[in-house]
Design a protein around this ligand. Structure first.
Ligand SMILES: [Zn+2]
Length: 562
């Protein structure tokens, strides 16, 4: 692949030359006379370094016995240079040049590796020789030993904290706080804490988590992850309702003691490079003696917990108080946003339930008035019952739709456009060949004009093909949905005449019909989420008394919803 090659070359250009030093040593006694002089060692090392692509920046020469390590002046200088991190490799003629004692050599090699430096022998392949293998195993054992020692030390530290009932104070503290590691406590960060207080305040005032999140995003408040420099991979840097809920449910904001020891990080790293943690046994958890400074009082917190509990939806869309038949199916007729169920109490204590456009809670009121829920339920249900009873109209409309939207025609058109595109492409190829073979401007100019024309033709055909493709997709989807819809109508029509239709059944039927209600005060418009336009004569949707223009704009509804 050319791209791979380019990257490789780029890497070569970016990576600086690797620098190395040579260490030679002759013993005082007779080595210098046996052909292993400094010069001999240096030559061997230099050729090996050149082979491996290292630049030799300095040569260190010691005249010393290999028995002693720390007394050698040049070796000490070399180790100092390595510690500064300027060198990537140390070349020696043979492994024993560093030291004749294995233990000393292990210490030296470990030191080199700690500073990112390699130990290379000019004449021996370290990993292949028996000594190399021994060296490797010893180094491995040392590394393992170090890991265990660290773990032991940290666990001893945790045991001390546990004994004194102090928190661990690791990682990021909760939003609104900062860890003080010295005193093992949490301190309030006022910039964040003011938002925590606001969140509780808004929740007490009746705002949902979603509304609160939207408001914070609108105010430009940084969400916890972004505000504190936590790296988020792909996550959008915004407040979400889940973040708000986790803050609202967190007892430590009301001054609950900090619980430590819930998680323990392991040596494991996930495929994406995240550190893994494991949950510890709850019996090992402990509560910190010093409670966190609270941000909200106990009463507020309890109130919020109660509010969250009561707002929890049941499976079929009912709140604990009122069974909302149309929850999730009502949209604002003015701005198109959803309408959510709300309630108010008048001074006499009577509760009213109504649907209200969410733009009101979001602070950008579209001006739509509220719609009473009981009234809307009745209107919608009676219209649906009327529609169900008129089976013939439904069936006729289904047949008509299938006849109107024949996929075959669309597919034929699509193929025609495709063949025109390929024809134009071939002509362009021919023109390009002609352009290449001639220099005469009188021939070239008209050819270029023709080329531009062909290119614009191709674009026009392509946009036509895209249009047909989306149409085909919609038609196929609709045909499928229509089939289901007709089945639902059939089943629905049979049961609807019975006296006591249950709430669950009503809701299931409305969902199966893919019902969508657009409401503005007491004017409603219904769409069935299908290309099913009910004829005016039908007693179905047109029968709705408060909406004279009851024929739903169903096609529009589909394109915006799917
Ligand atoms: Zn609205």
């Amino acid at each position: 692949m050319p791209i791979g090659k380019a990257t490789f070359k780029l890497k070569e250009a970016i990576v600086p030359t690797r620098r190395a030093v040579i260490y030679t040593r002759v013993s005082d006694t007779n080595e210098g006379n046996n052909g292993v002089s400094h010069e001999f060692q240096e030559t061997a090392c230099r050729s090996r370094a050149a082979e491996l692509g290292y630049e030799v920046i300095e040569v260190f020469r010691d005249n010393f016995s290999g028995k002693y390590l720390h007394e050698r002046p040049e070796l000490s200088r070399l180790r100092e240079l390595v510690r500064q991190g300027h060198i990537q490799a140390v070349f020696v003629w043979k492994l024993d040049r560093f030291s004749r004692r294995l233990a000393q050599r292990v210490i030296c090699v470990q030191e080199l590796r700690d500073h990112g430096c390699q130990y290379i022998s000019a004449t021996e392949e370290i990993s292949d020789s028996p000594e190399g293998r021994l060296l490797e195993s010893i180094l491995g054992a040392i590394a393992e030993f170090e890991v265990e020692r660290t773990l032991e030390r940290s666990q001893a530290g945790i045991a001390v904290l546990k004994g004194r009932c102090l928190p661990i104070c690791q990682g990021k503290a909760r939003y609104g706080y900062r860890y003080i590691k010295e005193s093992r406590t949490r301190e309030i960060v006022e910039d964040e804490a003011k938002w925590v207080r606001k969140i509780f305040e808004w929740c007490v005032g009746g705002d949902s988590s979603m509304v609160i999140a939207a408001r914070l995003n609108r105010f430009g408040v940084l969400c916890p992850a972004v505000g504190r420099g936590v790296k988020t991979r792909g996550a959008s840097p915004q407040w979400h309702s889940s973040t708000i809920r986790s803050i609202l449910k967190d007892a430590s904001y009301a001054g609950a003691p900090m619980v430590s020891g819930k998680k323990r990080s392991t040596a494991e790293v996930s495929r994406k490079g995240h550190k893994r943690t494991e949950k510890t046994n709850p019996a090992e958890w402990w509560k910190a003696k010093d409670p966190t400074p609270p941000l909200v009082d106990k009463e507020t917190f309890d109130h919020v917990q109660e509010a969250l509990r009561s707002r929890r939806k049941t499976r079929d869309g009912r709140t604990a108080e009122y069974p909302h038949l149309l929850r999730g199916m009502v949209k604002c007729k003015i701005c198109g946003r959803s309408m959510s169920p709300w309630k108010t109490k008048n001074p006499a204590g009577k509760t009213y339930f109504y649907f209200c456009c969410v733009s009101r809670q979001m602070g950008c009121n579209c001006g739509n008035a509220v719609t009473p829920i009981a009234w809307l339920d009745e209107q919608v249900w009676s219209s649906v019952v009327n529609l169900m009873r008129d089976k013939d109209a439904i069936e006729a409309r289904c047949r008509e739709f299938m006849k109107e939207n024949k996929c075959d025609d669309l597919e034929r058109d699509q193929a025609a456009h495709q063949s025109k595109i390929s024809e134009a492409r071939e002509s362009i190829q021919r023109l390009i060949r002609m352009l290449g073979s001639s220099d005469d401007p009188e021939i070239l100019t008209p050819l270029q004009g023709r080329l531009a024309e062909l290119r614009s033709n191709i674009e026009a055909h392509q946009s036509e093909v895209r249009h047909i493709e989306s149409k085909l997709f919609t038609v196929k989807n609709q045909a499928y949905a229509l089939q289901h819809w007709a089945e639902a109508c059939q089943v629905g029509g049979e049961i609807i005449d019975e006296e006591n239709v249950t709430f669950d059944y009503k809701r299931k039927l409305l969902k199966a019909l893919d019902l969508q209600v657009f409401a503005a005060k007491k004017s409603i418009q219904m769409s069935l989420g299908l290309p099913l336009v009910i004829p005016d004569s039908s007693p179905g949707l047109a029968a709705s008394p408060t909406s004279p223009a009851a024929r739903p704009d169903v096609r529009g509804a589909i394109t915006t919803r799917r």
